[in-house]
Design a binder for this molecule. Structure first.
Ligand code: COA
Length: 179
């Protein structure tokens, strides 16, 4: 478990399926991610099972909980994916599925926790990520914690009736050290 001042990141449990189904079937949330098919209970059960088996060394996925007094509440998920032990790199992803918790600083705090985990525990050399060009909030968050824009895939994703650029970002271990 990774614990910050107002959020904690804990491993995924089977009983989290209902949260994932709620968050990833909400059009307001899904507009920001590459997912485009309905998320089914069966596919999510399979994914969660894989986190303990075939994906165990490839995906470090967490549920993000906000600390509210003595209790905590799940608000989203984040993780490092495609963990590559040769090149020592991984891909960062984050979704706060509870919309009332957007733009309150929780994402920034959680992203710092996961990036520190990637460099300090997984011994990564590089963390990359991507965001649709219109997702200014996500791009701002990532740049705030040190990610640099590395390019863009022009009109790479079709979403809500039009093509969107994907902005590519990356953070190297040395840059993170200097922060
Ligand atoms: C993107 C996301 C993870 C950000 O987390 P968050 O907790 O909402 O963001 P934070 O409050 O920590 O920080 C967001 C920053 O963007 C700024 N911001 C908020 N809305 C903005 C907007 N519409 N345009 C530009 N900047 C915006 C905030 O002011 C803040 O910057 P500041 O700290 O300098 O003031 C979260 O909003 C989310 O999950 N959204 C839906 C799914 C998604 O977009 N996932 C990312 C896919 S790449």
């Amino acid at each position: 478990m990774l614990k910050g001042r107002s959020v904690l990141l804990r491993p995924v449990k089977r009983s989290d399926i209902s949260y994932f189904l709620k968050w990833f079937n909400d059009p307001e949330v899904v507009q920001y991610v590459e997912l485009y098919m309905p998320m089914t209970e069966m596919s999510e059960e399979k994914y969660i099972e894989e986190l303990g088996t075939t994906r165990a060394k490839r995906d470090a996925q967490f549920v993000m909980e906000v600390i509210e007094g003595a209790s905590t509440k799940p608000i989203g998920t984040c993780g490092l994916h495609e963990i590559d032990s040769k090149d020592r790199k991984a891909v960062f992803g984050m979704v706060i599925g509870e919309k009332d918790y957007w733009s309150k600083g929780y994402g920034t705090e959680a992203a710092r926790l996961i990036v520190n985990y990637g460099f300090q525990q997984l011994n990564l050399h590089r963390i990359s990520s991507g965001a649709f060009a219109f997702n200014e909030r996500s791009i701002k968050l990532q740049k705030k914690i040190g990610f640099r824009e590395e390019g863009r895939l022009r009109e790479a994703f079709f979403k809500n009736g039009q093509y969107h650029d994907l902005v590519l970002l990356g953070l190297l271990r040395e840059e993170w050290r200097g922060l």
